[in-house]
Design a protein. Structure first.
Length: 172
């Protein structure tokens, strides 16, 4: 990889770890697993815009909720996709049309299932992301954590940045 490609990749990753806005697609109103992403951003003091996306809610935890990603009035740097795997492709396509820079796919049910349908769905997600320049994290991933910017996937983790960072996920 040449220097220009490395710089481009660093810029793409910076846009995710230093996101100015996050959409949480499929965030529930009640306290379910997916709600932890919203709670974590609020608890960590994420300074950017947080857009809950739920077509059945007008407001979630004091934040205006939007029926879709395309209904969000401003730009979206990062989308956290919490919808079931069979609804993820339309959401990722909508994110691509909106110009979202990266998406975290929390749900499972893709290539790791060993099925032709799961593999095909994951390949289509990758195709959509590549054609739009969007980065995908996952599927079956918890998300990103950057204490410096208040970006977190789980509440009650350290807000104090340190000198080294490693984030890994096995899917198990």
């Amino acid at each position: 990889m040449d220097k220009d490609n490395v710089q481009g990749l660093i810029g793409q990753l910076d846009a995710l770890f230093e996101a100015a806005s996050v959409a949480i697609v499929g965030v529930p109103r009640g306290m379910k697993m997916g709600k932890l992403f919203l709670v974590a951003l609020l608890e960590q003091g994420f300074p950017g815009d947080i857009y809950p996306v739920n077509p059945r809610a007008k407001e979630i935890d004091g934040l205006k909720a939007y029926p879709s990603v395309s209904a969000i009035p401003g730009p979206v740097d990062l989308a956290i996709v919490l919808v079931p795997h069979d609804h993820a492709l339309p959401v990722v396509k909508e994110c691509a049309r909106k110009g979202v820079k990266g998406a975290v796919l929390f749900t499972a049910g893709y290539k790791e299932t060993g099925t032709a349908d799961g593999r095909s769905l994951e390949e289509e997600l990758v195709r959509v992301a590549r054609s739009s320049g969007m980065r995908l994290i996952g599927p079956n991933g918890m998300g990103l954590y950057c204490p410096k910017t208040g970006l977190s996937f789980f509440p009650q983790v350290s807000k104090e940045p340190g000198p080294v960072g490693i984030i890994s996920h096995s899917g198990s």
